[in-house]
Write a protein that binds this ligand. Sequence first.
Ligand SMILES: *Cc1c(COP(=O)(O)O)cnc(C)c1O
Length: 426
Amino acid sequence: MGEKSRILFDKARQYIPGGVNSPVRAGKAVGVDPLFISRAEGCFLWDAEGDRYIDYVCSWGPMILGHCHPEVVRAIEERISKGTSYGAPTDLEVDMAGIIIDMVPSMEMVRMVNSGTEAAMSAIRLARGFTGRDKIIKFEGCYHGHADSLLVSAGSGVATLGIPGSPGVPENVAQHTISLSFNSLDEVHQAFDRFGAEIAAVIVEPIPGNMGVIVPNIEFLKGLREVTLDNDALLIFDEVISGFRVGPGGAQELYGVLPDLTCLGKIIGGGLPVGAFGGRREIMERMAPEGDIYQAGTLSGNPLAMTAGLVTLKVLRDGDIYEELEKKGKALFTGLEGAARSAGLKVVVNRVGSMGSLFFKEDSVSDFASAKKSDVEMFKRYYSGMLEQRIYLAPSPFEASFLSTAHDEKCIQKTIDCAAASFRSL
Ligand SMILES: *Cc1c(COP(=O)(O)O)cnc(C)c1O
């Protein structure tokens, strides 16, 4: 870390808890203090020192077109002189809803919010209101933002009630959340056997990206669809990462499993703060003011955020982006895997399209328990080695790396070469 980032971090820690506005940024998981960023363009970031890095965080997913995509920048510049917020409806929101509904197969209606947290929190309230039930099932290692019901750890043993995932989450809220192992349909069936008539919804990241990338077993996703239908519970796909990342219609289109409700965020804001949730008309019509389930937002549907998101989605819809991203993702991750093997290291690479993770582990990583068995100390050394060579990875062994259309062959090859050097020194 450069001197300027160090000075800024010292100051930040006096004013902001831990010096950051979102915990993972502090780099505690890798034992490296954060870089303070001064600007970005394409696949590059520049830190406060002026040093340039190849960026695989991409703002944790949103920057799928790279930083400062010319069309996105132009649209925001044009829009900003017309005012930044009105608290009243605009044509942009109608266009945004239209393009989302067009592209995401299961969505018939949608409501815009300001973050992924809000999207998941609101979808849970809607599911509870719609079914008249309180309990929800989630999966260990899946992240759905930090709302109370969703910040819950697994209890001991299968199908026990959840325990608060943070001080401040009341036990009597956590007890309505059942936390199970991802990819384990058996556990889901046991939970439904025991609590079936009380379960409002199953919420899942169809392609988990928050314990590192996990590739779902398609039978698992299909099984979730069946068991929720059989028990009159709702299936909620949290596609805040996978939506518009793994294909124009997200994981639901890729795997052909349609949920009742979908949560979106990240990419749909084109780098501005946005979330959305939506799904079947019959359910969405229960939302206020049409229906009786309350949810609201002063800045929801913000014209600048809608503008950035709309342009991004149009580029994704109209370009040949996903084939290109698949090629790039394959080149990067097979390159990394090969480099690790050549250095005699045992690694597992999990990838879907342009999102992927490398774990230092011998056998497969299919859920949180197996992800946690990877060698975290080894990852820390790898991370530092990459950072020294100006490759910016997510500062945690349990996060995804993301590619954008701006990552070209040259920077991918450079990344693989740097990784090879880093692997050899482990
Ligand atoms: C990032 C993320 C969220 C939370 O979104 P925020 O905008 O950070 O509140 C929710 N779900 C998933 C799957 C995410 O990756």
